[in-house]
Design a protein around this ligand. Sequence first.
Ligand SMILES: [Zn+2]
Length: 290
Amino acid sequence: MIRRPLIATILACSGLGVAACGGAGQATDVRAATGRVAADAAPGEGQSRTAAIGAGKVSERADGAPSSHADKPLAGKVIVIDPGHNGGNYKHPEIINKPVNVLTKRKPCDTTGTATNDGYSEAAFTWDVSTRLAKLLRAEGATVKLTRKNNTSVGPCITQRAAIGNNAEADAAISIHGDGAPASGHGFHIIMPKKINGPVDPVVNDSRKLGIAVRNAFHSGTGQPYSTYIGKNALDFRSDLGGLNLSSVPKVFIEVGNMRNSGDAAKMKSPQFRQKAAAALAKGITNYVS
Ligand SMILES: [Zn+2]
């Protein structure tokens, strides 16, 4: 979840004993950690690639193999994936509670994130979906960078998470979260930046396009309904998030579901749903950048 100045959200997050939704750590290309995945390795990959390329678009070489261009629709593209929070954040309040400047306010470097009522953490969820998404995007030829290299350490700060996308000159960046809203609400939503007279202003329009592409692909690919408790048609705009305010590349956040809602929690704990979510995100990102 993304900490928001709403009483309901604060209450929802307080179950963990630490404010939810932030980050600390170091910018890392985790290709070495996750391993570069061969085109036929990951479940769901073929589906995503086929969907991205479209029927009849795959050209063939003389030897009958698909050409690298047609097989790699994201060749030359750089995608940055930000798995919200980190599994070790709760052990280091002295690091994650340190205030950082996000231009419109000061807020903690990162937070622990939320969890389902039976303890499946948002950090574990975002890490799992992000690594699945990275494999799918790499199989399509993208250069993918993650903002953290595992789910056992701390951070990075939200300011660094934005800087990683900027330094990579990403064609698109996405921050993945699960929400910790009141239990009655369910569904997903996309968060996009607003103009703040800052570095994000030039990419506000492109971020909106990215957000709509991801919203459409995620809705059709997963069947997850639009949020019942925030935004309009699963779209929300905010100016209090460091990860957006400090981004000079097109970037959005997705709150995949409400981890405090029993129906959403059951989905988010399912590896099948997480794979479906990753494939849908890959399709949305591909639709935007290609
Ligand atoms: Zn979060």
